[in-house]
Design a protein around this ligand. Structure first.
Ligand SMILES: Cc1cc2nc3c(=O)[nH]c(=O)nc-3n(C[C@H](O)[C@H](O)[C@H](O)COP(=O)(O)OP(=O)(O)OC[C@H]3O[C@@H](n4cnc5c(N)ncnc54)[C@H](O)[C@@H]3O)c2cc1C
Length: 407
């Protein structure tokens, strides 16, 4: 449920709840539990709440997506079956209503992505913390959870030494394993594994990849976008193609279209040690059209000019063609057209986990019941990015953290 900030706190039900981690998943668990009458205490390792949420706000805070629900649910891949009932109860429409209830208006961008009108997270976070305060939630900052003691108390490292706490319900909302400086350091995984709970290793998700660019390409193109292309990764289950744009970085490739295909590319690389992404630089023209255009007389034009005039390739796309294509291919219109329609970029490695927008891996699904309760620790729940699901960028990550887990 989500409550109106002006309504008085609900009638206490005599139960206590401890939330560990004050990111979006933890704060939403706090709101729901306080709304049902629990006395809620939140423990957060950092000096303030929602640091990753605030970072997400720097790029506008894409909080959910307005596409039809069937397509939306399909974004959660193999975890769809586990997440679907919760996303159906509290999905994109409910998230927008919830934002409005906090006084945060949202709009649908041209791609269907939903953002707060202010394009930042701080007003939302401020209003949210005010609401939690109104619901009677207490927050203890600089309380870093280090595990449970022999009496099943949660133990926290604080500036004033160790403190312990116990509650009827514990919700762990400790985040994934990237951007450690924002608080989610992933160290909880060892604590849970020591408690006999299976956790799958973190993997970078929505990440960039290293490519062995020449110094020439780096000097010319680092930071430049490559627009209106398709990227294809071919795995055992067939080709997966996304259309969009990405950015050439000093070390390789990054940006939205790369993130969209990153799970398939990463898994291929992890399984085989070898992965290639194939670019179509002119996805709106078929091969025959590209050959015909390239076969037009070039006159005194350089090949770069010829590519620009006949196919509209900009300087960055042209530099990519020169970077990847063998010299003999450049002089043969048919071979060059084939290269432009299927330019292979060999991946060296995914970028390090800490740089990834999110992480796959985490608490294994089989450890959790349908309310996200740990089967081996009744009364303890795990929510948000720390559970082993992943989704592309597009508001799906925050939606998966805000959904109604029913605990
Ligand atoms: C640069 C960037 C941009 C992003 N943009 C978007 C976007 O536009 N849309 C979108 O949907 N998603 C986006 N994301 C992803 C999204 O922010 C995360 O998926 C989301 O914040 C995860 O929420 P969470 O509550 O599960 O974990 P977190 O937000 O990571 O919160 C976990 C909290 O637990 C605390 N914690 C961890 N360990 C302990 C401990 N031992 N003791 C006490 N406290 C602890 C942490 O300090 C943290 O406050 C972005 C991420 C990044 C890095």
């Amino acid at each position: 449920m989500s409550s109106n900030p002006d309504t008085p706190p609900p009638k206490p039900n005599g139960k206590t709840a401890m939330i560990i981690g004050a990111g979006p998943a933890g704060l939403m668990a706090a709101e729901r539990l306080a709304g049902s009458g629990h006395a809620v205490t939140i423990y957060e390792g950092m000096p303030s709440a929602g640091r990753k949420l605030l970072m997400a706000g720097k790029s506008g805070l894409n909080i959910t997506h307005a596409e039809d629900l069937e397509t939306f649910l399909s974004r959660y891949g193999t975890s769809r079956a586990r997440l679907e009932p919760h996303l159906r109860t509290f999905g994109p429409n409910e998230i927008r209503d919830w934002c409005a209830g906090l006084g945060i208006e949202t709009f649908v961008g041209s791609s269907g992505r939903v953002f707060p009108t202010a394009m930042k997270a701080s007003p939302l976070l401020r209003a949210w913390l005010r609401r939690l305060d109104g619901l009677g939630c207490k927050i203890h900052y600089r309380h870093y959870w280090t595990g449970w003691d022999d009496n099943e108390n949660a133990v926290f490292k604080t500036p004033n030494g160790e403190v312990t706490a116990k509650a009827d319900i514990t919700v762990l909302a400790l985040g994934g394993g990237s951007w450690k400086r924002l608080g989610s350091d992933g160290k909880w995984m060892e604590i849970l594994r020591n408690a006999g709970i299976r956790c799958n290793p973190f993997k970078p998700a929505n990440c960039g990849f290293d490519v062995a660019w020449t110094d020439h390409l780096i000097d010319k193109c680092a930071g430049s976008p490559v627009k209106a292309v398709t990227l294809t990764v071919t795995t055992k289950s067939g080709p997966q193609t996304v259309r969009g744009e990405f950015v050439i970085s000093r070390t390789g490739i990054e940006g939205s279209a790369v993130y969209a295909i990153s799970a398939a590319l990463r898994d291929l690389w992890l399984e085989t040690g070898d992965a290639t992404v194939t670019l179509d630089l002119t996805p709106d023209r078929d091969l025959a059209d590209v050959i015909a255009r390239l076969a037009k007389p070039r006159g005194k034009n350089s090949l770069g000019n010829h590519l620009r005039k006949t196919l509209g390739l900009d300087a960055t796309k042209t530099a990519l063609v020169f970077e990847v294509t063998p010299r003999e291919t450049l002089n043969d219109p048919a071979k060059l057209a084939t290269a432009i329609k299927a330019l292979p970029l060999k991946i060296i490695t995914p970028r390090p986990i800490d740089e990834a927008i999110s992480t796959a891996g985490g608490v294994a699904w089989e450890e959790l019941d349908e309310t996200f309760q740990l089967k081996k620790r009744p009364g303890t729940y795990c929510v948000g990015e720390m559970v082993d699901w992943e989704a592309p960028t597009g508001g799906y990550l925050l939606s998966g953290c805000l959904m109604n887990t029913g605990n």
